[in-house]
Design a protein around this ligand. Structure first.
Ligand code: FAD
Ligand code: NAP
Ligand SMILES: C/C(=C\Cc1cc(O)c2ccccc2c1O)CCC[C@H](C)CCC[C@H](C)CCCC(C)C
Length: 406
């Protein structure tokens, strides 16, 4: 009688899930122990979120930052299954998808990330745009094109949230729209980028001021209506006319995860051990934004791609160790620093004692992210495109000039 192959089911193909799947597929499995690996995601593509802003300025193309899972996994033993995860039955060990398919599992990896809460203030759902998915970027692009081709004097953009996303978006939009725009950031606390190193915060403040972005501090949004935003500053409410409102405030765990009968913190994140296993369920691993993890040194792990990427390495290894009866490793997080894009040819980088800003930081950030892309094949395709793109652009513009002369 042949034994059934052990199945590892990975839910979510982002920084936590996809990189765990890739790591698992690289480990040295003995034929008899090799598991079946299934990766489930609602989309057919991975999204390299730190480079999402670059779509707005046409610096990068969608295929570069959101390669299809089928392509990324083609040389591996990972099977991709596209579907929306609706329910997870941890007693029956089954994952239920929206299309009524059930996937039984032996080991489970929870890596569905987080969502932007749209219910904190009235009107956000109807009149503001979040910035977390390719669809969000396209929705914004559509609005920008409509306003750019109108004969309106100024395009008024309000960005709610002076965290990383808000600041990076403001700089990119300022570079795209130039003097046609009036951009403001609305931040409830006393300063922007509260958790950033001083060097990055200063570089960001300079970039925003060079681009004439207004910053409203100690200001909260009371309500958003069509073409109007109500701001509260020291108890006084002001109504401001706007064309676009961007909502870059907060993160929350999805309802599917919140409904699980597993230990959670106040924010609904799943509490894990330092081996990245869920409490009382050694067969379930959790990582990335949905996990509340303290590493071997007791550090609380931030909700960043940098952290999910490092956790994926350990999750892959620990699953292999579990299946091959080896000891598991305690996760150790190495905070390497942080990078921010601050416009089309400007960035800031602080890490490992190095501080860089300007064009060199912009180039370093691009190269570091290229190196972080999921597969060598994709890295090569993107690198070739970056090298040849100036020539492609030149040929297209010559072609257009000839076309208009005819
Ligand atoms: C605009 C932006 C820029 C950022 N820039 C940086 C940066 O520069 N550096 C940094 O370190 N961090 C950055 N972050 C944070 C970083 O992207 C997240 O911390 C990281 O993506 C978390 O990884 P994850 O695997 O937990 O989730 P994700 O990478 O978000 O992946 C979750 C996956 O699960 C899938 N999924 C979710 N729910 C379901 C469901 N019900 N059914 C099926 N599939 C589902 C999603 O489609 C997605 O593919 C940025 C975030 C944003 C929004
Ligand atoms: N370059 C990078 O490294 C990068 C880029 C993007 C995202 N990320 C990561 O992704 C996560 C999310 O980042 P984010 O920048 O999207 O969000 P964020 O860090 O949560 O920042 C949102 C900001 O909005 C403020 N805010 C909350 N409610 C508000 C309101 N009603 N009105 C006005 N301001 C309000 C918050 O203030 P309070 O803090 O007071 O609530 C906070 O300063 C973080 O973990 C971050 O590290 C990293
Ligand atoms: C700050 C650095 C890394 C942290 C980091 C940040 C992210 O936003 C990520 C997103 C997704 C996955 C991973 C990460 C992530 O790890 C980089 C630190 C770099 C050092 C300070 C060294 C810089 C050296 C050179 C000046 C740059 C040369 C570039 C090289 C040619 C690739």
């Amino acid at each position: 009688m042949t034994e059934q192959q052990t199945r590892i089911c990975i839910l979510g193909g982002g920084f936590g899930g996809l990189y765990t799947a890739l790591r698992l597929s690289q480990l040295p499995w003995e034929k008899s122990q090799e598991p079946e690996i299934v990766l489930v995601d609602q989309n057919d593509h991975f999204l390299f979120l730190p480079l999402l802003y670059e779509l707005l300025t046409n610096e990068l193309q969608a295929w570069e930052i959101s390669p299809a899972f089928e392509d990324l996994l083609k040389d591996t033993n990972v099977r991709f299954c596209q579907g929306i995860i609706n329910e997870i039955d941890i007693d029956d060990k089954q994952v239920k998808l929206e299309n009524n398919t059930s996937i039984p599992y032996d080991y489970l990896v929870l890596a569905m990330g987080s969502e932007t809460p749209l219910d904190l203030v009235a009107g956000v759902k109807d009149y503001a745009i979040p910035f977390r998915t390719i669809a969000d970027a396209y929705r914004l692009e559509e609005q920008l094109r409509r306003l750019e081709t109108s004969n309106q004097d100024k395009i008024r953009v309000a960005i709610v949230g002076g965290g990383y996303s808000g600041v990076e978006l403001a700089c990119k939009l300022a570079d795209r729209l130039g003097t046609k725009a009036r951009i403001r950031i609305i931040e409830q606390s006393e300063e922007i980028l509260k958790t950033s190193p001083e060097f990055n915060r200063e570089a960001a403040q300079n970039a925003l001021s060079d681009r004439q972005v207004w910053i409203d501090l100690e200001t909260t949004v009371a309500a958003i209506e069509e073409n109007n935003i109500s701001l509260e500053y020291r108890g006084q409410i002001d109504q401001i006319p706007v064309d676009i409102v961007l909502w870059t405030v907060g993160t929350k765990v999805s309802p599917v995860v919140r409904s699980l009968p597993l230990k959670q913190n106040q924010r609904g994140q799943l509490v894990t051990t330092s081996t990245l296993q869920v409490i009382d369920h050694p067969e379930i691993f959790a990582l990335g934004d949905l996990a509340d993890c303290k590493d071997a040194d007791g550090q609380t792990i931030p909700t960043t791609a940098q952290a999910a990427f490092q956790q994926a390495d350990y999750t892959g290894w620990n699953l292999w160790a579990l299946l091959t009866q080896r000891p598991l490793l305690l996760f150790r997080y190495t905070g390497l620093g942080e990078m921010m894009t601050l416009g089309t040819d400007n960035a800031t980088l602080t890490g490992l004692g190095i501080q860089l800003e300007g064009q060199f930081a912009h180039l370093a950030r691009r190269l570091i992210y290229l190196y972080r892309f999921p597969t060598l094949d994709h890295q090569i395709r993107v690198a070739v495109n970056w090298i040849t793109r100036p020539l492609q652009d030149l040929l297209i513009s010559m072609d257009q000039k000839i076309g208009t002369r005819k």
